[in-house]
Ligand binder design. Structure first.
Ligand SMILES: *Cc1c(COP(=O)(O)O)cnc(C)c1O
Length: 395
């Protein structure tokens, strides 16, 4: 093989490394919990989207093991060719019922749910009105659809209406927004966006990845949070965050789920979730249907940690959800902060440009029902010590 044709990659990597734009991936030697083991050392874990602590829940693990005994592991092929197991069908029924939707279809991930859904709904003669801070998988889904994309100002419904009025002729129009924006923890004004969609005769799609299992009654998601059942055409969700497993879902009208079974390319051309994944997801729905305990604990923990961070003197932005951005400003400071936290026993990621704007670097603190009160107190002590050491906190 001619290695010289690959030297440009090494050059690009070197440039990125110099600019501090290469990510290093930590190796975890334990289950995803409130604490994880890295390099043989236990750390408090504030990185994961494991909102409800379901990633290592005994009931989910037992369900996954039982499913392997009954159904084996792999799906064999895509569902349209090799058929689908009764487990997959059961999960879709349970999710639709849990969320109060007419129907549900599952995918291998939230990412593939977006890649399936957007190109199945719109094409080159159509327009997508997209929040400027939407997730990468929405952006990629929009590109694949070849529809014209018009970005509106973040969560700004007046700007959305203005952009629709100025858009000129098109066949179909689709509004897409994240439900919860994962870098700041703010919630899309879906009630107002829904009114706009109804006034303007547009389709409406929300990607509720960070709201699934978090927002709404007992974690039923953003449509439930705003009481918009039956009014949002497509609600995309993930089974990889609060649900603690892996997979994606779309809920909405039965005709949408049926259409995606016929036309969603990641559904037609990529194999389904494995049997243990699906069984664990079914058990997650059971756990959430029986009690709001985990969701309540998540929100309690988040309130405690937000209050603690504020009284220490940290700027934690305007989050409306359990996501806490600890705002630090410049990327090198955020990176140094994250390193010091790590040395002191807290695993929390620094996030900088281009994921967030220049000068808005932060530590993103992810709450979980898996944290105990003692975990939170210990974390606050460590944040305080690092904050003083690096001059972020004075006094
Ligand atoms: C995390 C996320 C996804 C991707 O979900 P996966 O199941 O991990 O593929 C999609 N959309 C949004 C808004 C997300 O935050």
């Amino acid at each position: 093989m001619d290695q010289s044709s690959l030297t440009w990659i090494e050059e690009e990597m070197a440039r990125a490394r110099e600019a501090g734009l290469l990510t290093t991936i930590r190796t975890i030697e334990s289950p995803m919990e409130g604490r994880v083991t890295i390099d043989g050392k236990q750390l408090l874990n504030f990185c994961a989207n494991n909102y409800l602590g379901l990633a290592n829940h005994p009931r989910l693990a037992a369900a996954a093991k039982a499913a392997i005994d009954r159904f084996g592991i792999g799906p064999g092929a895509v569902r349209t060719i090799a058929g689908t197991t009764s487990l997959h069908v059961e999960l879709e029924h349970k999710l639709a019922e849990f969320k109060g939707a007419e129907a549900c279809i599952t995918f291998q991930s939230g990412f593939s749910a977006n890649l399936a859904t957007i190109p199945a709904l719109v094409g080159p003669e159509d327009v997508i009105f997209s929040d400027e801070l939407n997730h990468a998988s929405i952006i990629d889904g929009c590109r694949l659809s070849r529809a014209r994309v018009v970005r509106y100002a973040h969560c700004d419904v007046a700007d959305l209406r203005r952009k629709v009025a100025e858009a000129g002729p098109y066949r179909r129009g689709l509004i897409i927004t994240d439900g919860v924006f994962s870098m700041d923890g703010d919630i899309a004004p879906l009630d107002e966006i829904c009114e706009a969609a109804e006034d303007l005769g547009l389709l409406l799609m929300v990607d509720d990845a960070h709201g699934e299992g978090v927002l709404g009654r007992g974690g039923r998601g953003i449509v439930d949070h705003f009481g918009l059942h039956g009014r949002v055409h497509v609600e995309v969700g993930t089974l990889s965050k609060a649900f603690g497993v892996v997979g994606g879902l779309v809920t909405g009208a039965a005709v949408i789920a049926e259409w995606l079974r016929q036309r969603g390319r990641p559904f037609l051309f990529s194999s389904a979730m494995t049997a243990p994944d699906v069984a664990a997801c079914i058990e997650a729905v059971n756990v959430l249907s029986e009690s709001t305990e985990l969701v309540d604990r998540l929100w309690d923990n988040a309130a405690t940690l937000k209050e603690g961070m504020r009284s220490l003197g940290f700027d934690i932005g305007h989050s409306q959800t359990p996501i806490i951005p600890v705002m630090l400003g410049e990327a090198p400071l955020a990176q140094a902060f994250s390193r010091k936290l790590f040395e002191a026993g807290v695993f929390a990621t620094a996030i900088g440009y281009p994921t967030v704007p220049m000068g808005k670097a932060r530590i993103r603190v992810m709450n979980s029902a898996a944290h105990s009160r003692e975990d939170l107190e210990e974390a606050l002590d460590i944040f305080a010590a690092v904050g003083r050491e690096l001059g972020v906190l004075t006094g």
